[in-house]
Write a protein that binds this ligand. Structure first.
Ligand code: URP
Ligand code: ZN
Ligand code: ZN
Length: 493
């Protein structure tokens, strides 16, 4: 008699704390059994010769996010635009790359509260197939928003507030940032922060443009590492003042990561995230003929191969303990894309952001595990276990354990693939990783027990993704102990 809806048979199951060859019995969308052998006539998904990983959790994705002038230096384009990536296309792309859950962003438009955008965004998200949760962006921290609206979204299970310290229409002053920190503390939310110094970038941008240096490559010149380091230092110092945990988003360089490491060594609850673009792309990628460099433009700016090595070291030490995609796709063609202000527009007017939802796991696995920079366990923690814990999604998500959702990626660690835009299966007309060769590839994705991708073919009903209400984060970082369990005093380097 069949006990399970599905049995994943014969895989090498990666838990984040070692691997074991075992079968996984799935019932009602959850993992019901882990056993050496399950042979009871249940339907079987063969995983012989494959790794079985927890489905990826991408806790920093911009999907179908309606913006009123955003992610540009100039505030250009006050018109309302929506990320081309819909929840349906993002779901397809995520499943193609082995990711099963995302945390994406509810916008706030200046002059409005947060509830109107939330109502709209909930409807958009409900049309997808992958499981999702929200960060709430705060761009206008009025008393009404902080005192009355934030408690309402927390009651719905939205447990993180996102702030920008740069971008023309979005950035907060120090005074506003402190108000958000205080509100987060009262309501048990995490604060996630885009750390770059607004005034410094504005000053350099104006100087570059006045000198006629307007091509995409000057985006990197407008925001060197020091502007990231300064804002990271300030974001941490003010969070320390308020005694509020924060996560620093998309750390691109050693100097910003060092600020986080120092804070962690003092026992502060400060976490650091990085992304594949800061491990593979460089500022030189933006130095392509004509407008082509815009394809690589994101903030912070991609840096150098020497900096990649330093970011890897910060991952190895546990300073940076989550790797997300910061998926934020703008097509090269099209009215709302990179060329929205024209192909001759100065870099300041080109939307910042690159797509990477499907590429995240293959790139990190290939550059990290296949090339011997990190262990398989570390990969699992960076891409699933740690985001689940920090975002308050554990133990339901992020691990292969009895009782957890049956979200799995069946992974061929030896398969060699050359990345192409078609393989990304997203709505964007390019991938910045075109031509990159990776070793390791997802051959099947299982979301809550349903096989939603097999050999690159995604099959899932729109509207089947579930909202994930979140509890408070549960990553404890005792004084002097790093996230990877080492004592700070004995850590390498
Ligand atoms: O350039 C980027 N990173 N675009 C997305 C928005 C953000 O800053 O995270
Ligand atoms: Zn950002
Ligand atoms: Zn982002």
């Amino acid at each position: 008699m069949a006990d399970y809806d599905l049995v994943v048979r014969g895989g090498e199951v990666a838990t984040g704390f070692g691997t074991a060859r075992c079968d996984i019995g799935i019932r009602g969308g959850r993992i019901a059994a882990l056993a050496e052998s399950i042979a009871d006539g249940s339907p079987v998904l063969e995983a012989g010769g494959l790794l079985v990983l927890p489905g990826g959790i991408d806790s920093h994705c911009h999907i179908e996010e309606p913006a009123r002038g955003g992610y540009v230096g100039s505030g250009a384009g006050a018109a309302v635009t929506v990320n081309e990536e819909s929840f349906a296309s993002a779901s397809t792309s995520a499943f193609a790359g082995g990711t099963t859950s995302v945390v994406c962003f509810v916008p706030q438009w200046k002059g409005e509260g947060i509830l109107p955008r939330l109502a709209d965004y909930e409807q958009r998200a409900a049309r997808g197939m992958l499981d999702y949760s929200f960060h709430q962006i705060i761009t206008d921290p009025t008393e009404e928003v902080l005192e009355r609206e934030v408690p309402q979204i927390v009651a719905k299970g939205i447990r993180s507030l996102k702030v920008f310290l740069t971008y023309e229409p979005l950035h907060l002053s120090d005074e506003e940032y402190i108000k958000v920190l205080v509100t987060a503390r009262r309501n048990g939310c995490l604060v996630t922060v885009h750390c770059e110094n607004y005034a410094a970038i504005k000053w350099r941008t104006e100087a570059l443009i006045a000198a006629g240096l307007t091509a995409p490559k000057y985006h990197a010149w407008s925001r060197p590492s020091i502007v990231e380091r300064e804002a990271t230092h300030r974001a941490i110092a003010l969070a320390e003042l308020v005694d509020q945990p924060i996560q620093v988003f998309h750390v691109s360089c050693e100097e910003a990561a060092e600020e986080i490491a120092r804070a962690q060594a003092r026992g502060l609850k400060v976490w650091g995230e990085t992304c594949p673009q800061y491990l593979t792309l460089t500022a030189d990628d933006m130095d392509r003929p004509g407008f082509d460099g815009a394809a690589f433009m994101c903030s912070p700016s991609p840096r150098t191969t020497a900096e990649h090595a330093k970011v890897w070291e910060m991952i190895r030490r546990g300073t940076l303990d989550i790797v997300t995609s910061d998926h934020c796709g703008f097509s090269m063609a099209g009215e709302q894309g990179k060329a929205a202000s024209g192909r001759d527009a100065p870099f300041r007017d080109i939307p910042n952001g690159i797509p990477g939802l499907a590429a995240r796991l293959p790139i990190l696995f290939s550059e990290g595990v296949s090339k011997g920079r990190i262990s398989l366990d570390h990969f699992v923690r960076l891409t699933a276990t740690n985001p689940a814990r920090l975002m308050g999604l554990a133990p339901r998500k992020g691990m292969i354990a009895v009782g957890a959702d049956a979200d799995l990626a069946l992974w061929d660690p030896r398969k060699k693939v050359t990345l192409t835009n078609a393989l990304m299966q997203h709505a964007i007309d390019y991938t910045p990783y075109e031509g990159l060769e990776v070793t390791g590839w997802p051959v099947a994705t299982v979301r809550r027990g349903a096989v939603v991708m097999r050999d690159g073919v995604v099959q899932a009903e729109p509207g089947t993704g579930q909202f994930l209400p979140r509890g408070p984060y549960d990553m404890v970082r005792p004084r002097g102990v790093l996230a990877n369990g080492f004592d700070a005093a004995s850590a390498p380097g």
